[in-house]
Design a protein around this ligand. Structure first.
Ligand SMILES: NC(=O)c1ccc[n+]([C@@H]2O[C@H](COP(=O)([O-])OP(=O)(O)OC[C@H]3O[C@@H](n4cnc5c(N)ncnc54)[C@H](O)[C@@H]3O)[C@@H](O)[C@H]2O)c1
Ligand SMILES: [Zn+2]
Ligand SMILES: [Zn+2]
Length: 408
């Protein structure tokens, strides 16, 4: 089958690989009808989230049709149309039962404290092959896969595999109260969906910060007040717009590939130097040569802005991904301002039934953010364009069933 394969920092390839087989009685094999590229995949290719094995199939977002189930899978059968939660939980341990699927005690073969298991990630995340492929093996299928109602299209459902529940959890972690002012750093798919989610939870004013104009346009179209951090100092702009106090809640939807301002009033040469050093400590396996897949260059910038801009006694939600190597972290400000900080990998399965209802009822229309649909045969070009934040490239679906281009 065709699959997108990690070939070391800076290198992704479309390859022919063997089809997966059932390994455990609790597995299912699905035929993938839609997959997608995520900002998380970019961290791996850029070298800022090390640990992915060469040859690993990438991708953790998919919709598919069940082909085959193991003996222990009693709720699914061949032909069922399902959405795959990006993270894998057993569904039975104390953590899964409490809704913390990303903290499952059982799913990670490296042990209960080894961390979240997800498809197409580093070895420490379970070493599972990913979903940018024609077929995939899904462990703990009975507890993970969610059957889709007919009214929900693949274009909608593929965004429910990771991005929508993730943005929703970011909003929940931000502890939104009615009329709160919220600032969201990052207008990639996660940040854009977070705008809709915080609005749904009752936020008042919502600010969205990025430097990519086409993404800021999309944020504005969804009701956010936008700030380009290369035209204005985002901290000052947020203070000025909030009576001097700063927003009540901030969300970091950027993660380790954050950039700092290269121009404008927020550009700071001293900070740029510090970030360069920080990046050196994180990208243990090096960073790509050439133009493509370059790291953001300022790993802790978004996290720092989220903490610096939030009002005293405010809440900060960190959904952007940070790998194991230590970043500089403004713990002093967290103390001094009596902040609440919540962070984590999404417990996708916990939120999925609710997301299905939000989409079915039309409250959320995820397909609005799906700007590109590409056949899997164009995956490598699609990775490059998504990496470069080309205008209009917000979210890319990869279609393993399609051999020709069609409009999104
Ligand atoms: N915790 C989870 O479970 C989970 C799940 C999915 C994705 N994520 C993470 O969420 C983050 C966002 O994902 P995405 O797919 O939207 O990524 P993306 O790369 O498409 O978007 C990131 C955006 O942040 C902007 N940005 C860079 N530096 C910034 C700064 N200093 N301030 C404000 N904006 C800045 C970029 O221009 C870009 O538009 C990634 O770190 C991804 O790994 C986490
Ligand atoms: Zn993702
Ligand atoms: Zn579990």
């Amino acid at each position: 089958m065709k699959a997108v394969v990690f070939r070391g920092v800076g290198k992704v390839a479309l390859e022919n690989v063997p089809e997966p087989r059932l390994k455990e009685p609790s597995d299912a094999i699905i035929r993938i009808t839609s997959s997608a590229i995520c900002g998380t995949d970019l961290h791996f290719v850029r070298g800022t989230a090390p640990g992915v094995k060469e040859g690993r199939i990438l991708g953790h977002e998919a919709v598919g049709i069940v082909e085959e189930v193991g003996k222990a899978v009693r709720n699914l059968q061949r032909g069922d149309r399902v959405v795959v939660p990006s993270t894998v939980g057993c569904g039975s341990c104390v953590y899964c039962r409490a809704g913390y699927h990303s903290q499952c005690n059982v799913a990670n073969p490296n042990g209960p404290d080894a961390g979240t298991v997800f498809f197409g990630g580093p070895e420490e995340a379970g070493g599972l092959d990913g979903l940018q492929a024609e077929y995939a093996r899904i462990p703990f299928a009975a507890a993970g896969l969610v059957k889709l109602p007919e009214e929900i299209s693949d274009d909608q459902a593929v965004l429910m595999s990771d991005i929508l529940p993730t943005a929703y959890m970011a909003a929940v972690m931000a502890e939104i109260k009615p009329s709160n002012i919220v600032a969201i750093f990052g207008c990639g798919p996660v940040g854009l969906f977070a705008i809709t989610c915080v609005q749904h939870l009752g936020a008042g004013r919502v600010f969205a910060i990025d430097s990519v104009e086409s993404r800021l346009e999309m944020a504005r179209a969804h009701g956010a007040e936008v700030i380009n951090f290369e035209k204005e100092d985002p901290i000052q702009a947020l203070k000025d717009a909030t009576d001097g106090s700063g927003p009540d809640r901030t969300i970091d939807a950027v993660g380790v590939d954050a950039a700092t301002a290269a121009k404008g009033p927020a550009a700071d040469k001293k900070a740029q130097k510090k970030f360069k050093k920080e990046l050196g400590g994180i990208a243990e396996e090096g960073t790509p040569k050439g133009r493509d897949f370059q790291p953001g260059g300022a790993p802790s910038q978004a996290l720092q802005w989220a903490i610096e801009s939030v009002c005293k006694a405010g809440s900060v939600s960190v959904i952007g991904v940070y790998p194991a190597p230590v970043l500089s972290f403004p713990i002093h400000q967290v103390m001094e301002k009596n902040l609440t900080l919540k962070a984590g990998n999404c417990n996708h399965r916990r939120y999925m039934p609710e997301m299905v209802e939000l989409v079915r009822s039309g409250v959320v229309r995820p397909e609005q953010f799906l700007t590109q649909i590409k056949p899997i045969t164009s995956a490598i070009e699609a990775y490059r364009a998504f990496d470069r934040h080309e205008p209009g490239w917000i979210k890319v679906k990869l279609d393993p069933t399609q051999q020709e281009e069609r409009a999104a």
